[in-house]
Design a protein around this ligand. Structure first.
Ligand code: CP
Length: 304
């Protein structure tokens, strides 16, 4: 059985194939009839043990555009609340003849664990602070769309790197494609030894922005913090918030990205998030085509 558990298990040619397939599906979903019959014989369960807006809806739409049968499960309204285990939950769902599971879970490695215990294709839709592979794929796809290619581009990831699955998956994906990556944020929110992943730490936001072609602005994930990692939100905004004045002070144009949800006025001001420099909603739009490509490529292996 084949899975997408993390970018760290992919090769550059896998990303290339996903993007070429996504190019085709992006063209399909811009037609008046947005659906293809490719996955009429596939059933997919979307299991969300953690909140989501974009990822959950994007996967569901991608599956429906491919004509798969879709069932949705939200832990908050399920028998998980009565003490049922993850493996029991998933095996009960799989006994209804499900071929593929898309799962978001608060525990790092939850998808890897599940892949060893159940007989279905697993797609990781975010596992704790570990990986969010389809987010990184749609981010790189959006850079490729905007700037022509990812190879050779300079990307800075700004904010709470420590708690971010988006940061880790993006670092893996960008490095695989030959981009240069820096991270910028409070020292307490940068993992120790991050340089071992081939990225540089730039503590000064203005210097990071002067260097980069693309700035990916991340949210401070207060929900994953047991203690306060930074003196105050006001201090964070002052040192790491991106605003129009700072953007205008650069001697160049840069592309602004954000995976969402945005904390407006904290990591990014509204006048930047809603400006022509930002491709935030393009990222969301591309997410459907990229997820269609991932599901289609995995499903074609199930069918063999
Ligand atoms: N970018 C992202 O994963 O958003 P959601 O948490 O809303 O799915």
């Amino acid at each position: 059985v084949n899975h997408l558990l993390g970018i760290k298990y992919l090769q550059p040619e896998d990303i290339d194939l996903i993007f070429k397939t996504a190019d085709h599906f992006k063209e399909v979903i811009n037609r008046p009839i947005k659906k293809v019959p490719s996955l009429r014989d596939i059933t997919i369960a979307n299991l969300f043990f953690e909140n989501s807006t974009r990822t959950r809806l994007s996967f569901e739409l991608a599956e429906k555009r491919l004509s798969a049968d879709v069932i949705n499960f939200s832990a908050a309204s399920s028998s998980v609340k009565k003490g049922e285990t993850l493996i029991d939950t998933v095996n009960n769902i799989l006994s209804m003849k499900v071929d593929m599971v898309v799962m978001r879970h608060p525990n790092p490695g939850a998808g890897i664990f599940l892949s060893k215990h159940v007989n279905a294709s697993i797609i990781n839709a975010g596992d704790g602070a570990h990986e969010h592979p389809t987010q990184a794929l749609l981010d790189s796809y959006s850079i490729r769309e905007k700037l022509g290619e990812v190879q050779g581009k300079k990307v800075v990831i700004v904010g709470d790197i420590l708690h971010s699955r988006v940061a880790l998956s993006n670092i893996f994906a960008l490095k695989l494609q030959g981009a240069s990556v820096k991270v910028c944020g409070p020292k307490t929110l940068i993992p120790k030894h991050i340089e071992s992943l081939g990225v540089e730490v730039e503590p000064d936001l203005k210097a990071a922005l002067e260097w980069c072609d693309v700035a990916n602005m991340l949210r401070v994930q207060n929900e994953r913090m047991e203690i306060s990692y930074f003196p105050s939100t006001r201090e964070y905004i002052k040192q790491f918030g991106l605003n129009k004045k700072l953007l205008d002070s650069l001697n160049k144009e840069i592309v602004i990205m954000h995976p969402g949800p945005i904390n407006r006025g904290v990591e990014i001001t509204s006048d930047v998030a809603d400006s022509d420099h930002a491709i935030i909603l393009d990222q969301v739009q591309n997410g459907v085509a990229v997820r269609m490509a991932v599901i289609y490529l995995l499903a074609s292996k199930i069918k063999q």
